[in-house]
Write a protein that binds this ligand. Structure first.
Ligand SMILES: C[S@@+](CC[C@H](N)C(=O)[O-])C[C@H]1O[C@@H](n2cnc3c(N)ncnc32)[C@H](O)[C@@H]1O
Ligand code: SF4
Length: 467
């Protein structure tokens, strides 16, 4: 088994140099490149192509955007409302969208990765959850061994909902925690007691959920090493199979409520790195294995096994071993990845409704990947997931010469004071290896292979910072 040192020293100079805005690469090219040139007609074409491969499996993502209150740190596409009729209307349109997408995909129906995300999917009533699942299972066949996951907020999820989800075949839960410290919770407008989380966690276990993930965030306002250590201790006691430790994405130009955070309350890059290293150290000592740039999993978990065999993959739903060749996204703002093109739905409800009322699908924008994009996407996914790039595998898969195609990138990596000299990356004749230090900065390593970044001014506020 590969050994992973638990303590990694980063000098202040390296931190200053590499803490800069950069993508998280949930897609390549990133959503910034999506354009309205890719419209509903283009999406119909992508769906028609996908339909020609009826036995290929699908991933299906369903976006449920509603929350009762806004957590001020939140970077997701959410709709804050307590008016139930808003959600009832939304669900009736969502049903129509699912039926239309499924009709265009006929006879392709098999789903191996299924996810309800948000917002807060458990904002839905029991009847609404049943009705949505009814439409999905009428239109698609969820494979018996599918990964069926849902994001649950312990503050608003009832035991009845957990029982129903289990009965409907969901087998994975992802619980939002972020931080248990009351001071941090007050500033992020998210009051969630440890007991509340523990109760739901333990109930879910008894209900038969054998795979539970917990989300934490480091870099939130007022977070400190001492208090974050307490959060880590409590989370480790729960023994979730997976834990995500996300870097707080501070993007106030996109999420205006984040402007309310006094910059003096936000941890510096040094403090942020310290918080992450604290978490990393705590989970490794507790027997978890590191997964990609920000996840940890118990050794028996399939993600941990995939790390050993370098077969880990990643899509908009996160790290996975069940990624299908095409991913369908339904619901407002959802992003799909179908027949070599990304397709994003309208982000505002009126436009989303309008398109469906016109008998169309609510595509706002998208992007058809070129041959070069496909190669770079593979390279970046390998780096982000497996910290290793087998040059020969890239050559065999795409019929290119690696060193010739990536001459500029290899030169950049090897430049004086570059990623190789600084110990982030090792270049071998057959492979590129991201070293333990480079894993903390893997977004910076991936950025070298991003063709689009070179054309962007580095001070343009588009992406969150890499640390
Ligand atoms: C869409 S939320 C859904 C979970 C559910 N609504 C809840 O809050 O429990 C999924 C996760 O995204 C993460 N997240 C949201 N905003 C973020 C931000 N600005 N930076 C980093 N992670 C963020 C949080 O960890 C959250 O649990
Ligand atoms: S973190 Fe979860 S509950 Fe809070 S606003 Fe975002 S989606 Fe809603």
């Amino acid at each position: 088994m590969e050994s992973v040192p638990s303590v990694i020293q980063v000098t202040p100079d390296l931190l200053r140099k590499y803490d800069r805005p950069g993508p998280r690469y949930t897609s390549y090219p990133t959503a910034v490149e999506f354009s309205t040139d890719y419209d509903a007609a283009a999406y119909f074409e992508s769906l028609a192509q996908a339909a020609k491969r009826p036995s290929d499996p699908l991933s299906l993502y369903v976006h449920l955007p509603f929350c009762e209150h806004r957590c001020t740190f939140c970077g997701c596409n959410v709709v804050i409302t307590r008016h139930r009729e808003v959600e009832q209307k939304y669900l009736s349109y969502l049903h129509r969208e699912i039926r239309e997408v499924a009709r265009r995909l006929q006879p392709r129906r098999k789903v191996v990765q299924y996810h309800w995300g948000g917002g807060t999917p458990t904002y839905l009533s029991l009847d609404e959850m049943r009705a949505l699942q009814h439409v999905v299972t009428e239109c698609f066949d969820i494979a018996p061994d599918a990964e069926a996951a849902i994001e649950v907020d312990p503050r608003v999820t009832s035991r009845e909902q957990i029982d129903l989800l289990r009965a409907m075949g969901f087998n994975r839960l992802s619980m939002g925690v972020q931080d248990f410290d009351p001071e941090v919770q007050a500033i992020i407008n998210r009051n969630q007691t440890e007991q509340q989380t523990r109760d739901l966690f333990e109930y879910s276990r008894r209900a038969g959920f054998g795979s539970i993930n917990i989300d934490l965030i480091y870099g939130l306002p007022l977070q400190r090493a001492e208090t974050f250590s307490n959060t880590l201790k409590s989370v480790i006691e729960l023994r979730a199979e997976r834990v995500a430790v996300y870097s707080y994405a501070h993007v106030p130009w996109l999420r205006t409520q984040q402007k309310g955070f006094d910059p003096a309350m936000l941890p510096s890059a040094e403090q942020k790195l310290e918080l992450f290293c604290l978490a990393r150290d705590a989970f490794l000592k507790a027997g978890y294995r590191p997964i990609g740039m920000d996840h940890f999993a118990v050794p028996e978990d399939e993600l941990a096994k995939a790390v050993q065999t370098r077969t880990l993959s990643r899509n908009f739903m996160g790290y996975t071993v069940k990624s299908a060749p095409d991913m369908i996204g339904v619901g407002v703002s959802a992003i799909g990845d179908v027949a070599g093109a990304y397709a994003q739905n309208q982000k505002k409800l009126p436009r989303y409704y309008d398109a469906i009322d016109k008998g169309s699908l609510p595509i706002d924008r998208g992007y058809r990947l070129s041959a070069d994009d496909q190669i770079r996407r593979f390279v970046i996914t390998q780096l982000m997931c497996n910290f290793h790039l087998d040059k020969r595998a890239v050559e065999a898969r795409y019929g290119i010469g690696f060193d010739q195609t990536f001459e500029r990138e290899l030169a950049e990596l090897s430049a004086p004071d570059g990623l190789v000299e600084n110990g982030f990356v090792t270049l071998g004749a057959d492979a590129l290896q991201v070293e333990p230090l480079g894993r903390l900065f893997v977004r910076n390593v991936a950025m070298v292979f991003d063709r689009y970044l070179a054309n962007k001014k580095s001070d343009t506020p588009i992406f969150s910072r890499t640390v």
